[in-house]
Every structure is written in structure tokens, then in C-alpha cells.
Write a protein that binds this ligand. Structure first.
Ligand code: MOS
Length: 712
């Protein structure tokens, strides 16, 4: 065994960086393949109803067209249970933009042109696409979408409702209360790389070179849909240009591409969604309507917390996320109520998007906390510290580690919070009103099942480490190499990592801020097994031909005994033009409690990336549905603004120097999502401080400042 470099904690450059800057990292659509065909989708032109007639004659006869797929000739799927995946199985139209077919041509141009020649007739029924909190058909979630566990659960497995004590009586008796409604917009993930696949059917084997957050989950679901053995399907995805949740669950586009590949055996079928198609085919963050009521006593101690959340799902499939679940754990209070309700609409199915649930939910809770601090006459940091729980307030479990107070205190120091005048409109710089705000952050740090890792050591002391993990831009290539080097007591230069392929040992998807925890735990286990085997069977010397072990990630014995979350505190300074309402976030500073940091460089990138996306969520991102047609009107990057360089000023991310003893053997916790949680509230609280206007509806656009009379 070679050198002892304790690689965890080193700010290593990205291992995949040189490949990426040279354009040599192969993304899904770029694999060199022989004689490809190209797929262009056909999408429903109505929001609800059924197809009554199909005329694809002209399209089929167009020179260069290889095949035209519709529900009339598409193969029947073996397991069409998941309506989100079951493309082209009937004449029904469940939302505008749904797949109703595809044209496969010799060139992308021919396929796209011929797609315009296909004709569909419909029988339309009235569609229902408007979310409202006073709808009389709201339902309590029945199924945990995408997991199919069923039984009144949310996407994260939490119960939909929770009630402790007597909230109404406590609110009645409270010295100070807040009772406010908050709402958030539809957001679309818009990763830089669109969803793309090259599907090849050859000798009964399916290969999908696609852009995914999890090769093994994609393989499982596509194989199930087509009734194939897992061994017949290979999914390859070493580099991914972002996902933000939209590439966790395989969407129907993979099913359509696979059907096309089966119709054209031996020919690779290439399909990349356009930006506009991504607005109806690959999920989105549901809008939310939230009602928060808080009560506090004379000492600024919370006596009641109530958070009711309404979101939308699709009629075709239920998806329900944990909007009010962070409210169950953030603050102590004897009386507590959280509920989740859904409206099922004629729209595409929402899916997880960076901090699903927690992102919108903590906007409401942390805005309300600011409002109540003000009502109590307390500094918002002091108010939060007074209500810090010792254990999880509902389950009673101790936290594996929880340093919200330290994040608030360190953040206040770094930001320069001391001496802040709490009065609104108290700071001005010429025509700019200046304000500051704070909010807390939290996101679970779970470990998903289904991870294994292989490690092989060769006689020259070099290691190959393999696991079907995904790097969606997070830095997993680098962090996992460091974890392996650390566990093997080897130099990172002696470790070669392999990820992103189903021929490698199984891995959970890059989601729920769990990747490093789960994959790293499997690698740790394999490294321990290898070292133990070398010592016990080979006297510490690599035998001729090398040695190889594979190990499953062990169950975390602390699961169920500790509540495991990452935390943080974010501070925003905003400047608002008094005349135009123009909003600038001049400073954003976060301090995070994410356990031991594996790589300070990539972790910092994750943190400032999430904070930047939080600014975007706070000020810009909003998909607008036209209720007449049921589609997103601003379905491109011109109409759907995402924070660009000009929108972002100073963004600083720090973390506490703490290792979590229970989440993983590395001491790390999840990094990727906690950083977008709370950002929007910190900004909304700063906007209120600057202007006296409390905006409770995201995004905070300038019209909302100009229309509202400033409160004193
Ligand atoms: Mo993340 S929304 O769990 O990919």
C-alpha cells in the first residue's frame, strides 16, 4: 500500500475538469454512433380529451422518413402502470404537450419537417388547469408519487398531516400572532443540457446513452416497462449537464426512443428534447398556496405553529411533496399542525426539483418567522435562537448534528448584522432603498438503499473503484475519488474511478442530497473489506493478478435513532430602486452545517450554486400557464428568466468545521439542496426591511412592490 494522503478535505480540482473544458467529456447526444436515425416528437394540441383520428400518410411518405409512431401502432408496454412513463398506450390526452407520437427520419431536419405533416383530430373535453386554495375538490395525498408506497404519504415518506396539541386554542391565547398566506410559482428545472438519449436495439439488447441522475433506476424502470430482463438493458451516462431533479425519474421520452429503436433494430435513434419541449415533458416544481399561522407568548416563545399547504398534481398521476414537513422540525412549540392537500389538474405531472417541498415550504415558514419576530419586537436571529428545539419537536429523536444557532451566529458576524436598525426604510443610498434579511435553511440528509461498490487493486498498487453513481455537475467524480483514497489510505493519483454505467455495481440516484452519503458509504465498506482481506489472507501484500472485492453499503444502524438533516442560515442585502421597484440582491451570505466537507472547492460551488438558484427562485423564475390552452406560455429561456451573471453580485458560502458522527462514515452530510432552502425568505425579509412591503408571493417582481402601499 502506498502513501497516506488523507484526501478528504483537500480542495482538489475537478478530475473531470480538463475533459470538460477541452470538450472531450462525452454527453448523451455526443456519442459517436454509426448511421443514426433522428426522432422528433408529436405533442398533443389540446389539454384534455382523446384522439379520434390520425393521419400520418403524408409524414410517412416523406422522403427520408423511416417510421412514424402513434398510439395506433406503438407496441403495448409490458407494465404500463406508471402513467408518467406509459407513452402512446391509448388515445387519451391528459395534458397539452403530451406525447402523441414521433417521427423518425434519416436527418433531424426531415424528422422535424415530417412531424409537421402528421394530422390528429380530437374530441376535446373542458380542461381544468387553475390551482386555487378554495377549490372544493382538494384531496389528501394518497400515494407517494414515484415510489408507489401509498397510504397518505408525501414524496419523502412523511405522513401528509400531523397534529399535536390544540393549535386553535393556543393561537387564541397567544400574545403575538401571524396569520398569513404565501404562494410560490411553477418553476421548471431547465438544466443546461436538455434531456437526450441515443437508444439502440441490437440482438435483443437495449443500450440507452442518456442524460440521467441515476443509471440503475432508469434501467429498472425502462426494463420493467418493456418487459425486458435487467441484463438486456444497459444505461450509460458518465457526464450530465445538470438535472436539478428532472433527470431522477425516467420520463416518457426514453420510452418513445426505445420504441423507435425497437422498430429500427441495429440503428441508433437519437432524440434530444428542445428547450420548449422540456416545458411539458420532463416535470416541474408545483406551485404552492400556503397558510401559516404562528403564535408566541410574551417572551417570544412559540406556542403554536400551523402550516397548511396546497399544491397541484396531474389527473393522470399523483405527486405530492413535503412542503410543510420542514415546519415539523425547525422550531419548538407545544401545539403544532401541518397539512398537505392537492388539486389534480389537466397538466403534466410535477416532479422533484432542487429541495422539493422544503424549498417553497421554508419560504413561507421563514417569512412568517420574520413577521412574528417583528410583532414580538425581537431581532429575527434572537427570535429563532429562543425557539431552537433540543430534539426533533415531533418525533422526539435527537439530531445527528444540528448547529442552526452556530450558523446564525457565525453568519451574523461575517455579514455584519450587529447594529442593524430594525425599522423598515431605515437605510438609503441615493434612490436605492437598502435592507437586510435572514432565514434559516434545512434539508434532510438521507441514505438511499441500493448501493454497492467494487474495488480492485493491482500489483503496482493502483486502484480501480467502480459504482454506478452520477455526477450531475456536483463534483461526484472528484469527491468519490477522494473518499476512496481516504478509505484506502492511498494517494488520489493511484485511484481510478468509474461511474455512470449500469455495468458497474448498483447505485442510488443523484437525488435527495444523498449521493455522496450513499455512494461514499459503499466505497468505504468496499475499501475496508479489501484492506481486511489483504491483511488476513495476503499478509498485506497484493497477490499476483491483484485482488478485487465488491461490497454492499451497510445499513445505517443510527437510522431511526437520530434525525438527520443539514442546516444553514442565509443573509441577504437587497437594494431597491424607490421609483421603479427594481430589485438587486447586492449580497448573499450563507453559513451551512453540512458535516465534514469532502472537497471545499466543489462543495463551495454547490453551495453558491444553490444560493444563486435561490435568488432566481426569489426574483425571477415563474412558468405562466395560459388557462385557455393549458400550456406554459413563456416556454423558453427568453420568457423564463433564470438569474444570469448580471443578476448576481456577491455570493459567499461558508460552513462550520464539524463532522456528523452518524450520517456517514465520512462525517459528511448532504450539501446540494440545503443551500437553496431559505434563500427566497432571506431575500423577501430583506425586501420588507428595505421597503416596508411584505411580498408573500414568489417571484418578487417589481410590480408587487409598486402596487402595494408601503407599511410603516
Ligand atoms: Mo434532487 S430534486 O432530489 O435531484
Amino acid at each position: 500500500m502506498s502513501i497516506t494522503t488523507r484526501a478528504i478535505g483537500e480542495p482538489l480540482d475537478r478530475i473531470d475538469g480538463p475533459l470538460k473544458v477541452r470538450g472531450a467529456a462525452t454527453y448523451a447526444f455526443e456519442w459517436p454512433v454509426d448511421n443514426p436515425a433522428y426522432l422528433y416528437p408529436l405533442q398533443a394540441e389540446i389539454a384534455a380529451g382523446r384522439i379520434t383520428a390520425v393521419d400520418t400518410r403524408k409524414a410517412t411518405e416523406e422522403a427520408g422518413v423511416l417510421a412514424v409512431l402513434t398510439h395506433e401502432n406503438a407496441p403495448k408496454l409490458a407494465a404500463a402502470g406508471d402513467a408518467d412513463v406509459a407513452a402512446l398506450q391509448s388515445a387519451d390526452v391528459a395534458f397539452r404537450g403530451q406525447f402523441i407520437g414521433a417521427v423518425i427520419g434519416e436527418t433531424p431536419e426531415v424528422a422535424r419537417y415530417a412531424a409537421g405533416l402528421a394530422r390528429f383530430e380530437y374530441e376535446q373535453r373542458p380542461h381544468d388547469v387553475v390551482l386555487a386554495a378554495d377549490r372544493n375538490d382538494l384531496t389528501k395525498p394518497v400515494n407517494a408519487a414515484n415510489f408507489g408506497t401509498g397510504g397518505g404519504e408525501l414524496q419523502d415518506g412523511s405522513p401528509a398531516d400531523s397534529l399535536i396539541g390544540d393549535v386553535e386554542a393556543a393561537l387564541e391565547a397567544a400574545a403575538f400572532t401571524v396569520d398569513a398566506h404565501y404562494s410560490t410559482a411553477i418553476n421548471h428545472h431547465n438544466p443546461m443540457e436538455p434531456h437526450a438519449v441515443i437508444a439502440t436495439w441490437h440482438d435483443g439488447q437495449l443500450t440507452l446513452q442518456c442524460s440521467t441522475q441515476g443509471v440503475h433506476l432508469h434501467r429498472f424502470l425502462v426494463a420493467s416497462a418493456f418487459g425486458l430482463d435487467l441484463a438486456q438493458v444497459r444505461v450509460i451516462s458518465p457526464h450530465v449537464g445538470g438535472g436539478f431533479g428532472s433527470k431522477v425519474y425516467p420520463a416518457a421520452y426514453l420510452v418513445v426512443a426505445t420504441m423507435a429503436a425497437q422498430m429500427l433494430p441495429g440503428r441508433p435513434v437519437k432524440f434530444a428534447l428542445t428547450r420548449q419541449q422540456m416545458f411539458s415533458l420532463v416535470g416541474y416544481r408545483s406551485p404552492t398556496l400556503q397558510h401559516v399561522r404562528l403564535g408566541a407568548d410574551d417572551h417570544g416563545r412559540l406556542t403554536a405553529i400551523s402550516h397548511d399547504a396546497v399544491a397541484q398534481t396531474a389527473k393522470v398521476k399523483e405527486y405530492a411533496e413535503q412542503i410543510a414537513v420542514p415546519t415539523r422540525l425547525m422550531y419548538a412549540a407545544p401545539n403544532r399542525r401541518t397539512t398537505h392537500r392537492l388539486a389534480a389538474l389537466d397538466l403534466p405531472v410535477p416532479t422533484i426539483m432542487r429541495a422539493p417541498g422544503e424549498g417553497p415550504g421554508m419560504f413561507a415558514l421563514e417569512s412568517a418567522m420574520d413577521e412574528l419576530a417583528r410583532a414580538c419586537g425581537l431581532d429575527p436571529i434572537e427570535f429563532r435562537i429562543r425557539n431552537e428545539p433540543e430534539v426533533h419537536p415531533e418525533s422526539g429523536l435527537p439530531f445527528s448534528s444540528r448547529n442552526v444557532v452556530a450558523c446564525l451566529r457565525q453568519g451574523a458576524d461575517r455579514f455584519g448584522w450587529a447594529g442593524r436598525d430594525p425599522a423598515v426604510r431605515s437605510r438609503r443610498d441615493g434612490r436605492w432603498l437598502v435592507g437586510t434579511g435572514v432565514a434559516a435553511s434545512s434539508y434532510p440528509s438521507p441514505r438511499l438503499p441500493g448501493n454497492a461498490a467494487m474495488i480492485r487493486v493491482s500489483e503496482d498498487g493502483r486502484y480501480t473503484v467502480a459504482i454506478g453513481a452520477a455526477d450531475i455537475g456536483t463534483g461526484a467524480w472528484t469527491a468519490l475519488t477522494q473518499i476512496a483514497a481516504d478509505a484506502l489510505e492511498a494517494s488520489v493519483s493511484d485511484v481510478e474511478l468509474q461511474i455512470g454505467d449500469t455495468i458497474l455495481p448498483a447505485a442510488s440516484s443523484a437525488g435527495f442530497s444523498s449521493g455522496t452519503t450513499g455512494w461514499g458509504s459503499a466505497i468505504y465498506e468496499a475499501a475496508n473489506k479489501l484492506r481486511a482481506q489483504l491483511d488476513s489472507e495476503h499478509a498485506g501484500v497484493v497477490p499476483p493478478g491483484g485482488l478485487e472485492v465488491t461490497a454492499d453499503m451497510p445499513n445505517n444502524e443510527f437510522f431511526g435513532r437520530y434525525a438527520m438533516y443539514s442546516f444553514g442560515a442565509q443573509f441577504a442585502e437587497v437594494r431597491i430602486d424607490e421609483d421603479t421597484g427594481e430589485i438587486r440582491v447586492s449580497r448573499l451570505l450563507g453559513v451551512f452545517d453540512v458535516g465534514r466537507v469532502i472537497n471545499p472547492k466543489t462543495a463551495r460551488s454547490q453551495l453558491i450554486g444553490g444560493m444563486t438558484q435561490g435568488i432566481s427562485m426569489a426574483l425571477h423564475e415563474q412558468s405562466v400557464i395560459d388557462p385557455r390552452f393549458g400550456h406554459v406560455v413563456n416556454h423558453d429561456l427568453a420568457g423564463y428568466h433564470i438569474s444570469a451573471n448580471a443578476d448576481i453580485k456577491a455570493v459567499e458560502a461558508y460552513w462550520l468545521d464539524e463532522a456528523d458522527p452518524f450520517v456517514s462514515p465520512m462525517g459528511s452530510k448532504g450539501v446540494g439542496e440545503v443551500c437553496i432552502v431559505g434563500t427566497a425568505a432571506a431575500i423577501a425579509n430583506a425586501v420588507h426591511h428595505a421597503t416596508g412591503v411584505r411580498v408573500r408571493d414568489l417571484p418578487i417582481t417589481l410590480d408587487k412592490l409598486l402596487d402595494s402601499p408601503a407599511a410603516a
